[in-house]
Ligand binder design. Structure first.
Ligand SMILES: CC(C)(COP(=O)(O)OP(=O)(O)OC[C@H]1O[C@@H](n2cnc3c(N)ncnc32)[C@H](O)[C@@H]1OP(=O)(O)O)[C@@H](O)C(=O)NCCC(=O)NCCS
Length: 325
């Protein structure tokens, strides 16, 4: 009997502090940076985002999301075989944030590592976990996306600092006779690294290069719409899946205009697209598991639904995972 992996539980964590467009606009105005709540909402669909406070770290947020996913799956931390954490904003260079989560959960048996694929991180991590479960190396996996992008923002750059937020989401996967994960497709194009990057690094005790996130918004926008559409179509073809069998699309939450453009490209009604960017902003690797958990917790996504999870972001990276919940 071929083995599959299936999602048994999801979880999420949002920092306590929600910041509305107006609050952010007022904060930026005090620095002489001109924007407006209306511009942010109409150009991106974002109404608010959450920002981590001093005691809210990548590790603490990821741990909270992971605990929820384990509780919903009815599994205790000691049974976890594998923890993969997708992030571009780890708490430190090393040890990995995944190891911090392993310690905080008391998941002594689990191997643990981070994956860095920026906003595609969760679908990259899910694909690796699915492969390790199907190959029999592990029986289960905690897959987490957790980010504190607020710490990479240049508050003098209005073209980026209004877009991002912090948070964490998680999914618990277990070996299963029935899928579960129906198919995965990951892609990258390193020649486009310059359109979205955080260039800085630590060298000889000093930050060298630009420590802030930089983005060519229009280039990223066009690339995102193009690759999300083509990735969905090629994954569906490779697993012989018809678009009309899809119940929900849970795409990376960057800009509501990108999500609607992808839905139009796939001829998918907007009601089938899970949209949380209004409440969360762009939380990078956390955005897909946060949106998935919200849709599951609210009862929108139910057991048996076919769901397409899609990530796109810096690298340039993108990917799709088709799951039967
Ligand atoms: C960033 C983004 C919202 C900008 O929207 P846009 O409609 O493309 O806007 P433009 O870049 O054409 O800028 C239009 C104008 O708004 C201005 N503008 C940019 N940010 C602004 C802000 N926060 N407030 C007010 N004006 C702003 C620009 O300076 C420009 O002014 P100009 O015409 O006088 O030069 C959009 O390109 C986007 O969402 N890109 C993808 C971002 C993304 O998905 N990133 C993560 C992927 S993982």
């Amino acid at each position: 009997m071929p083995q599959h992996s299936a999602i048994l539980g999801t979880g999420s964590y949002l920092p306590r502090r929600a910041v509305s467009n107006q609050e952010l606009t007022d904060f930026l105005a005090a620095k002489g940076v001109e924007t407006s709540a209306e511009w942010i909402q109409t150009r991106t669909g974002i109404l608010q985002r959450h920002f981590a406070e001093g005691d809210e770290t990548n590790t603490s947020m990821a741990t909270a999301a992971a605990k929820q996913a384990l509780a919903k799956a009815g599994v205790d931390a000691q049974s976890v075989d594998l923890i993969i954490l997708a992030t571009s904003t780890p708490d430190q260079i090393f040890p990995s944030t995944a190891c911090g989560v392993q310690a905080a959960l008391g998941a002594q048996r689990a191997m643990a590592f981070d994956i860095q694929a920026v906003c595609s991180g969760f679908v990259y991590a899910l694909t690796v976990a699915d492969s390790m479960i199907r190959s029999g190396q592990v029986r289960n996996a905690l897959v987490i996306g957790s980010e504190v992008f607020s710490r990479l923002m240049d508050w003098m750059d209005r073209t980026t600092c209004v877009l991002f937020g912090d948070g964490a989401g998680a999914a618990f996967l277990q070996v299963s006779e029935e899928p579960g994960v129906l198919g995965c497709e990951l892609k990258a194009d390193g020649t486009l690294g310059c359109i979205l990057n955080a260039d800085g690094r630590i060298e000889n005790g000093r930050i060298v290069g630009d420590p802030f996130l930089r983005m060519d918004g229009q280039a990223v926008f066009k690339q995102a719409v193009s690759v999300l559409g083509s990735s969905a179509i090629s994954l569906f073809e490779s697993v012989d899946f018809q678009l009309d069998q899809l119940d929900f699309l849970v795409p990376h939450q960057a800009n509501v205009r990108i999500l609607h453009a992808v839905a139009r490209k796939l001829k998918l009604p907007e009601s089938r697209v899970v949209v949380t960017v209004g409440q969360h902003g762009n939380t990078s690797a956390a955005s897909v598991p946060l949106a998935l958990d919200l849709a599951v917790s609210s009862g929108l996504i139910k057991k048996g639904h076919n769901v397409l999870l899609q990530g796109v972001g810096g690298g340039f990276t993108w990917g799709s995972v088709l799951v039967r919940m």
